[in-house]
Design a protein around this ligand. Structure first.
Ligand code: C5P
Length: 210
């Protein structure tokens, strides 16, 4: 059983990369951000506050990994709410437990998030830390929104990227940071294709030595 851990900040391109890697190796894929998003959405839908840790933990325990729907959970307001409840240790504990159980699936798994290489799967066979400058990440998000036919404000998106980074990197429980043994992949100057082939070379080399 092989685990590939992929971490990095919001909008760095790790989602697309992780899905392609999972497909290429025939592994199961879990976008762990969706588990935080599903917890946040359950609270929002029930009209419950986002700052009550006991209630949020209960919602986290009830998250069903089989029912995570990216198209519903991708909206910006849910991402924002997710990063707020993700600072709560008991919420993280409940979700990490479910993520670890998933990571054991055969023949292998790809998990992407913020703390996979550092906390969820510290013994992963390969760890990638995928990043890009805040300007590039905001630009990619801007292009995505415009391509979907909606209006977008680059300055506002840039501020949101910075705020999300500060929250994810600054929290005391499982802050976003590269594991000491992670391979750094800065995609600022890379196309998706180039990022994928760089990631694949790193993974192939690591699995060969495994
Ligand atoms: O990656 P995504 O934008 O879907 O994640 C939403 C939020 O969930 C992140 O901003 C982060 O606060 C939180 N998260 C986390 N740990 C993970 C994955 C996501 O704290 N492993």
């Amino acid at each position: 059983m092989v685990i590939i851990a992929i971490d990095g900040p919001a909008a760095a391109g790790k989602g697309t990369l992780s899905r392609r890697i999972a497909e290429t190796y025939g592994f199961h894929h879990l976008d762990t951000g969706l588990t935080y998003r599903a917890t946040a959405k359950a609270l929002l839908d029930a009209g419950l506050p986002l700052d009550d840790e006991a209630v949020a933990q209960k919602m986290a325990r009830d998250v069903d990994l089989a029912g995570l729907d990216r198209s519903v959970l991708a909206v910006h307001s849910i991402g924002e709410a997710a990063s707020r409840i993700a600072v709560m240790p008991s919420v993280r504990k409940a979700l990490v437990e479910a993520q670890r159980a998933f990571s054991q699936r055969l023949p292998g798994t790809v998990l992407d998030g913020r703390d996979i290489g550092t906390v969820v799967c510290p013994d992963a066979a390969v760890k990638l830390y995928v990043t890009a400058s805040p300007e590039v990440r905001a630009g990619r998000r801007f292009d995505e929104i415009v391509a979907s036919g909606k209006a977008a404000d680059y300055a506002a998106i840039f501020d949101e990227v910075k705020t999300r980074d500060e929250r994810d990197m600054g929290r005391s429980d499982s802050p976003l940071k590269p594991a000491p043994d992670a391979h750094l992949l800065d995609t600022s100057e890379m196309s998706i294709e180039a990022a994928f082939s760089a990631a694949k070379s790193i993974i192939d080399a690591a699995l060969e030595n495994n």
